[in-house]
Every structure is written in structure tokens, then in C-alpha cells.
Ligand binder design. Structure first.
Ligand SMILES: NC(=O)C1=CN([C@@H]2O[C@H](COP(=O)(O)OP(=O)(O)OC[C@H]3O[C@@H](n4cnc5c(N)ncnc54)[C@H](OP(=O)(O)O)[C@@H]3O)[C@@H](O)[C@H]2O)C=CC1
Ligand SMILES: C[C@H]1O[C@H](OP(=O)(O)OP(=O)(O)OC[C@H]2O[C@@H](n3cnc4c(=O)[nH]c(N)nc43)[C@H](O)[C@@H]2O)[C@@H](O)[C@@H](O)C1=O
Length: 337
């Protein structure tokens, strides 16, 4: 029998959790953070360490390619995690998503199906799957409530990635329905912070601007050029807040529906550009390349469900920008391209 067969799925799960009540996670239990070197995974790792977790498990993609199904099943058999956060994914900004849609669809589907199937086979107690605000329809009413999922057409620049993430939400719900395991999903808004991807072509807007403005400041360039019109609105959450929200949800939330994670406020990309310029100390002109895509006009999260679960964001954008610029200056020789 190979790892692909459903006979491998856990049988003990079916009656496990009809009366599950979330509570503090066991600090000594084996806890696998998939993607522990990425922006989100590394922040979750720091948070879990700070909270006294003593058996954290991480594997780089070189050590364990999560697209390799047999390797993933072998890893779960050996590591036997009791808790899993799935923060490993192929991730990128608007241009990367728009240019390589099949990579974003296929890699993310494979990574998440392998991890969730292996976690099911080994009866992992709590799983947190991470999606993204791009799962919502492009023109959904604002702010985005969880119930707007699958009510309209997706934004074309990231539809492939969004479909993979929607499949992940459905897989979590299906496991809950079929096996009764108390697994959950969270949908973060646009994130930023230490450990981000600052690649000029592959990154999200905030790290792209930090790098562009810092280089312009150093070279004395008279202008910088950002992408699109600058009119789209985006909401930015610091990744340390995100990590705190993840642990909070694992300890306080259980439900079929995914939970939005954000701040509940947004800014135009033009406003962001001015804020980044101020944080970096760049005083030149800001121009816009309107041949580049704008993406969805707005995707502001409704965070009332998260607030009802007892958590709200703490780090203001101005403060988060300042500390992320500091981090970038200290680490720019070692950042990923
Ligand atoms: N950044 C953002 O603005 C947002 C992120 N999210 C979600 O948060 C999660 C984490 O994103 P983020 O931290 O930003 O992404 P990063 O690109 O910073 O990190 C992704 C991590 O995934 C790992 N990974 C990728 N492919 C594989 C693979 N084939 N096998 C094993 N590991 C792999 C990488 O490991 P290694 O470093 O070892 O190669 C990397 O550490 C994702 O699910 C993403 O969709 C959601 C909304 C916004
Ligand atoms: C997290 C989220 O991230 C992506 O969606 P996005 O929100 O559109 O993210 P973005 O950060 O790339 O762009 C935001 C806005 O900013 C503008 N912009 C200006 N100048 C630059 C710039 O230099 N780089 C980038 N990347 N954008 C720029 C850009 O034109 C756009 O209007 C998807 O991967 C999606 O799948 C997803 O989940």
C-alpha cells in the first residue's frame, strides 16, 4: 500500500471531537511549524518559543520538500506532531502571481494536500491552515465578511493562488465533517515585517517599496517608480501580530468557518508610498507605472469574528514600518532574492 491510499487515514478520528472545547495547548507537545523560515512561520516560531513551547519542529524545503507526498508521510510518521500550523506555501506579490499562475496553483495544492492528508493519517489534534484575503470575490462588498467566500468572481491576477487556498479551506471543513477533528483555517490580510521577501520582482508591495526607497535614498535618485495607479486600497498587518493571532485562535477558536485576520483599516497604495518614504527618509519624487496591474481595488477584512474570539491587532502601521525598515537595514546582505 502506498501513502496515497485513503486506507491510511486515521480511523480513530471519527468520534474525537463532537464536544471539543479549545483551551491552552500543551507546551511540551510536538508542534510542527511548516514553513518555519518564512515571514509568517518564523514569526510563529518566535512567538511559540516566547510562550514556552519546548518541542518545536521545523524543516526547510531543502530538508523536506512538501510537494513530495511520500517524504511528507514519512516525516509525519517519525515526528508525530500533535499540533501543526501550515505556513509553508508558494507566496508572492501581484506580478509573481500573475506571471506564474500554474506554479501557484499546482505547488500550493500539492503542499497543502500532502500535509493535511498526512496530518489526518496521524490524527494530528489541532491544525491551523493559512489562506489569504485574495480568496474573496474581486468586487465583494467591503469590509469582507467570512460569509462572502464563493459569492462572486475572483481577481484574475491571483485567481490560481486563490483557488488553491479555497481548496485548503474546504479540505479543513471536510476533515471536520468526515472525521470530527477540530482543525481550523485563518485568512490573513497582506502581511509584512522581519523576514519578509524583498525581491524587486517577486515580493509584495510593502517590502518592495522599502527596498526601492532605501536604494534611491542611498544613490540619491531623483525619483522612484511604483507599480499601477496607486489607487487600490490594502490593509497591512505586522507579522508579529499575525503570529499572536494564530496562537490565540488555536487556543480560543473552534468552528467550521475560516476566520479573517487583519487590522480592520486600510490605506491607498499612494498613502503607503508616502509612509514608506517617510520611514526610510527618502525625499525624491514618487512616480507610477500604470502599465503594471493594480489588482483588486480593495480587500479590507471584517475582523469582527476575530474580535469576538478575543483578539485585535496591536502594532500600528507607522511603528511596524519603522521597525521593518530597521530590520531591512540590518539584514539586507542576507535577504532572499
Ligand atoms: N505574506 C503575506 O502577505 C501573506 C501570506 N499569507 C499566507 O501565509 C503563509 C506563509 O506566507 P509567508 O510566510 O509570507 O511566505 P514565505 O515565502 O515568507 O515563506 C514560505 C515558506 O514556505 C516554505 N516552502 C515553500 N515551498 C515549500 C516546499 N515545497 N516544501 C517545504 N517548504 C516550502 C519555504 O521554506 P524554505 O524557506 O525552507 O524554502 C518558506 O519558509 C502562506 O500560506 C501564505 O499564503 C496570507 C496572506 C498574506
Ligand atoms: C497578499 C496578497 O498579495 C498579492 O496581492 P496584492 O494585494 O495585489 O499584493 P501586492 O502587495 O503585490 O500589490 C499590492 C498593490 O501594490 C501595488 N504596487 C505598487 N508598487 C509595487 C511593487 O513594487 N511591488 C508590488 N508587489 N506591488 C506594488 C500593486 O500594483 C497593487 O496594486 C497576491 O499575491 C495575492 O494572492 C495575495 O494574497
Amino acid at each position: 500500500m502506498t501513502a496515497q491510499t485513503t486506507e491510511h487515514y486515521t480511523e480513530k478520528a471519527a468520534d474525537t471531537t463532537t464536544s471539543f472545547v479549545p483551551g491552552p495547548l500543551e507546551r511540551t507537545a510536538p508542534f510542527y511549524v511548516a514553513g518555519h523560515r518564512g515571514l509568517v512561520g518564523s514569526a510563529i516560531w518566535r512567538k511559540l518559543q516566547a510562550e514556552g513551547f519546548t518541542d518545536l519542529i521545523g524543516r526547510t524545503s531543502a530538508e523536506l520538500d512538501l510537494k513530495d507526498r511520500d517524504a511528507v508521510f514519512a516525516f509525519f510518521a517519525e515526528a508525530k506532531p500533535r499540533y501543526v500550523v501550515l505556513a509553508a506555501a508558494k507566496v508572492g506579490g501581484i506580478l509573481a502571481n500573475n506571471t506564474y499562475p500554474v506554479d501557484f496553483l499546482s505547488e500550493n495544492l500539492r503542499i497543502q494536500v500532502n500535509v493535511l492528508d498526512a496530518a489526518l493519517k496521524h490524527g494530528v489534534e489541532r491544525v491551523l491552515f493559512l489562506g489569504s484575503s485574495c480568496i474573496y470575490p474581486k468586487l465583494a462588498p467591503q469590509p469582507l465578511k467570512e460569509e462572502y467566500l464563493l459569492t462572486g468572481h475572483l481577481e484574475p491576477t491571483n485567481d490560481a493562488y486563490a483557488i488553491a487556498k479555497i481548496a485548503g479551506i474546504l479540505q479543513i471543513q471536510a476533515v471536520r465533517r468526515q472525521y470530527g477533528l477540530p482543525w481550523i483555517s485563518a485568512m490573513p490580510t497582506n502581511l509584512y515585517g522581519p523576514g519578509d521577501n524583498f525581491s524587486p520582482t517577486g515580493s509584495h508591495v510593502l517590502p518592495a517599496m522599502i527596498r526601492r526607497y532605501e536604494e534611491a535614498r542611498i544613490t540619491g535618485a531623483e525619483s522612484v517608480t511604483n507599480w499601477g495607479t496607486g489607487t487600490p486600497l490594502r490593509e497591512f498587518l505586522h507579522v508579529d501580530d499575525m503570529a499572536e493571532a494564530c496562537l490565540h485562535l488555536l487556543e480560543h477558536y473552534d468552528g467550521d468557518e475560516h476566520v479573517n485576520v487583519g487590522t480592520g483599516t486600510d490605506v491607498t497604495i499612494k498613502e503607503l508610498a508616502h509612509q514608506v518614504a517617510a520611514a526610510v527618509g527618502y525625499e525624491g519624487r514618487i512616480e507610477w507605472d500604470t502599465t503594471k496591474p493594480d489588482g483588486t481595488p480593495r480587500k479590507l477584512m471584517d475582523v469582527s469574528k476575530l474580535a469576538a474570539a478575543g483578539w485585535t491587532a496591536r502594532i500600528p502601521l507607522e511603528e511596524g514600518l519603522r521597525t521593518t525598515v530597521d530590520w531591512y537595514r540590518e539584514h539586507q546582505d542576507g535577504i532572499r532574492e
